[in-house]
Design a protein around this ligand. Structure first.
Ligand code: FUB
Length: 447
């Protein structure tokens, strides 16, 4: 029924049949608020993520548009557990921003000579009161407090700042709006050191959100690009930070949920590259309320980027004794599985997995059982028909971890049974329906 509602609501839920792809935090990664335009940076050995903060608009003018009044920063050392450091910059504290413009769009943050520079676009107030300018806030730490510059950067009219500090210490700022532009930054990181110039070598079509990084002496100019209907993520490469660049192709195809924008960053952490991006997971009907996601990204030997397929499983290792959401699966059987929201009145309550055909299954990779002997599993389940759920290791041994008989009762209940096998280490697991009927699973957890 709820699936019908979801389809009616315009979600194609291609993800229902995205079977047999695997990945290694669960997506979306921030589960209590909207987080858009994620720029990830590694500072002090941790991953920091600077996001725009979509909110349902408090003013009529923006009810159907982007509405953002402040920025949060999040940090994590395992890409699974994210700490929200709270608001770092808010529109009412920026002297040059128009009151109630709610246009604190995609930001960036970089570190130079002991200071963190946070770059953000917004609408200037005063006589200008239109378009976008780019402001800077400075801090001694990645998470603030930030001191906001009185005025935006002179010479830039646009959005989506991205700053590259090259290996020789020279800095460049990229932005979009009236084309895709670049200029050198002075050492103070607050002023342009060259005239803005257009980036050459990019394909025709709407582009924004540049993110530029360097790897093995190749400069990667990556950007959201509308090739057909909504934004893909695409890239070009070059041997000069100011271009020209040579177009290479797509990093991520259009969002399967129909989210018109995508906005990303690409960063290496502990020897693995990651793509941070956004979809509208918690807002299927309104794609201006978005949520940050992460998936792994891989390079080919020649430096080209392998296309990234968005996953629900995301990245990172899930502790066995945490709440494990099987609806964020690594793979599912081609038939008999679906996902739906647990609570249509509050989508931030997340999703549930529905197995509704005998032998339907879902797998979930990289669960850490550690060395502590666990003895039971608890599952939060419901079933109108009753059914038997089997949990096993998703490996050739196929060892059964537990079997749960779920009674016919459509209310949610937590069922605990002893483990038949007690695994150790990081393992992939699988849940299957061993009976006719239909069983819904909110989460499982090992104790
Ligand atoms: O979040 C507002 C705007 O949507 C960003 O600045 C663009 O890149 C797009 O994601």
């Amino acid at each position: 029924m709820r699936n019908k509602v979801l389809k009616k609501r315009g979600i194609s839920f291609i993800i229902l049949t995205f079977f047999l792809f695997s990945a290694f935090s669960q997506n979306p990664i921030i589960k209590d608020q909207f987080t858009a335009d994620p720029t990830a940076r590694v500072f002090e050995g941790k991953m920091y993520m600077y996001t725009s903060h979509d909110i349902p608009s408090p003013i009529e003018r923006l009810k159907e548009w982007f509405c953002m009044e402040d920025y949060h920063v999040f940090s994590s050392d395992n890409l699974v557990d994210w700490h929200d450091h709270g608001v770092i910059v808010s529109q009412e504290n920026v002297p040059w921003v128009a009151a109630e413009s709610y246009s604190m769009w995609a930001p960036d943050c970089v570190y130079k000579d002991g200071k963190y520079y946070f770059y953000f676009p917004s609408t200037p107030g005063g006589e200008v009161r239109r378009g976008f300018a780019i402001g800077v806030a400075i801090s001694d730490t990645p998470y603030g407090p930030f001191t906001i510059e009185e005025k935006p950067i002179e010479g830039i009219s646009g959005i989506d700042p991205c700053v590259l500090i090259d290996s020789n210490g020279e800095s460049y700022i990229y932005w979009s709006g009236r084309g895709m532009s670049v200029a050198k930054l002075k050492d103070n990181m607050l002023e342009l050191d060259s005239e803005p110039m257009q980036i050459e070598g990019l394909p025709e079509g709407f582009k924004e959100g540049p993110f530029v990084f360097k790897r093995n002496d190749i400069y990667y100019y990556t950007f959201p690009w509308v090739r057909e209907e909504t934004e893909t993520l695409a890239y070009a490469i070059g041997d000069n930070p100011m271009g020209p660049f040579e177009f290479q192709g797509i990093i991520m195809e259009e969002s399967p949920t129909g989210c018109w924008t995508n906005h990303h960053s690409i960063v290496e952490y502990e020897n693995q590259w990651y793509l941070f991006y956004h979809h509208n997971d918690y807002s299927p009907d309104f794609d201006k309320n978005r949520s940050a996601r992460i998936d792994s990204l891989f390079f080919n030997a020649d430096g080209t980027i392998q296309q990234v397929i968005p996953t629900l499983r995301g990245v990172g290792i899930t502790p066995a004794n945490s709440i494990i959401h099987l609806d964020r699966y690594s793979a599912v059987s081609p038939e008999g599985t679906s996902i739906d929201y647990v609570n249509m009145d509050n989508l931030f309550d997340g999703w549930k997995l529905i197995l509704n055909k005998k032998e339907a299954w879902t797998s979930y990779n990289r669960v850490d059982f550690g060395k502590t002997k666990l003895s039971e599993i608890t599952a939060r389940v419901s079933s109108k028909t009753g059914g038997t759920l089997s949990l096993s290791l998703n490996e050739p041994s196929g060892k059964i971890l537990a079997e749960l008989n779920v009674p016919a009762d459509s209310s949610w209940k937590e069922i605990t049974v002893p483990l038949k096998t007690v695994p150790e280490g990081v393992r992939d697991i699988k849940a299957s329906l061993n009976s006719e009927g239909s069983v819904e699973i909110d989460w499982i957890s090992f104790k």
